[in-house]
Design a protein around this ligand. Structure first.
Ligand SMILES: Nc1ncnc2c1ncn2[C@@H]1O[C@H](COP(=O)(O)OP(=O)(O)OP(=O)(O)O)[C@@H](O)[C@H]1O
Ligand SMILES: [Mg+2]
Length: 216
């Protein structure tokens, strides 16, 4: 076993990095995979989420103190997990973000479809390109988050995404109260039961697309 490493990154604060990382890690773990969620953000959102309830299925650890040595730390533990998901701080050129991108097989960039968010996300593309010098196999995908596809503006912004230079996942996360509830309750989306059935399907589709990209 050698873990597939997924880094969730974006320069933009509040784009949904922690939400995407936790939903994905929870979903992979519920499928039976052994999953480490490396919380690389000193805000420790992921750690707070995991301890807000009882029994989050992935192992969540505060590794924000590793800074530029995160990849070295995780490399030593790569045989112990099926997946390592890294939640990073909103800083594209922070040593810990660059360290995460150096080890990752897949970089996921959550983007809220609004012009301001898209502009603020441009810096992460440069960080991903720089990481490919030492990590040429790094795959990158945009994940549309908090989508409200019924608005003209959101559709116009989505039409701009191909120009961003990073392909977009087909699966999206819509704006849903269920995702906020998960964070408050410290749970996965499946744990919310039938009240979050559509959200569960959305996260399943995202997990499957990610697994296909990583061929695992
Ligand atoms: N798809 C969604 N539907 C509803 N609320 C969402 C969704 N995605 C994120 N949020 C909410 O938006 C806020 C920001 O999300 P989150 O903390 O995941 O972003 P972040 O990129 O990790 O932020 P930071 O840059 O501060 O680390 C949170 O309140 C979260 O609950
Ligand atoms: Mg966060």
């Amino acid at each position: 076993m050698s873990a597939k490493v997924i880094a969730v990154v974006n320069q933009k604060g509040g784009a949904g990095k922690s939400t995407l990382a936790m939903l994905l890690a929870g979903s992979l773990a519920e499928e039976g995979a052994s999953v480490l969620l490396a919380d690389a953000d000193p805000q420790n959102t992921a750690c707070r989420w995991a301890t807000a309830g009882q029994g989050f299925p992935a192992r969540v650890e505060d590794l924000s103190g590793e800074e530029g040595k995160l990849h070295k730390h995780l490399k030593k533990r790569i045989e112990a997990f099926d997946y390592i998901v890294i939640d990073s701080p909103p800083a594209a050129s922070a040593p810990i973000t660059l360290s995460a991108l150096r080890l990752a097989h897949l970089a996921l960039v959550p983007v809220i479809p609004s012009p301001l968010d898209l502009w603020a996300s441009l810096r992460i593309r440069e960080a991903i390109e720089a990481a490919r010098v030492k990590n040429p196999g790094l795959i990158a995908r945009i994940v549309v988050n908090q989508a409200q596809l019924n608005t003209v503006l959101a559709r116009e912004v989505l039409a701009l995404l191909p120009e961003f230079g990073i392909p977009t996942l087909a699966a999206q996360l819509k704006q849903r109260t269920a995702y906020r509830q998960c964070a408050a309750l410290g749970s996965t989306v499946n744990a919310l039961g039938s009240r979050a059935a559509i959200a569960s399907l959305e996260v399943d589709a995202l997990r499957r697309e990610v697994q296909m990209l990583l061929r695992k």
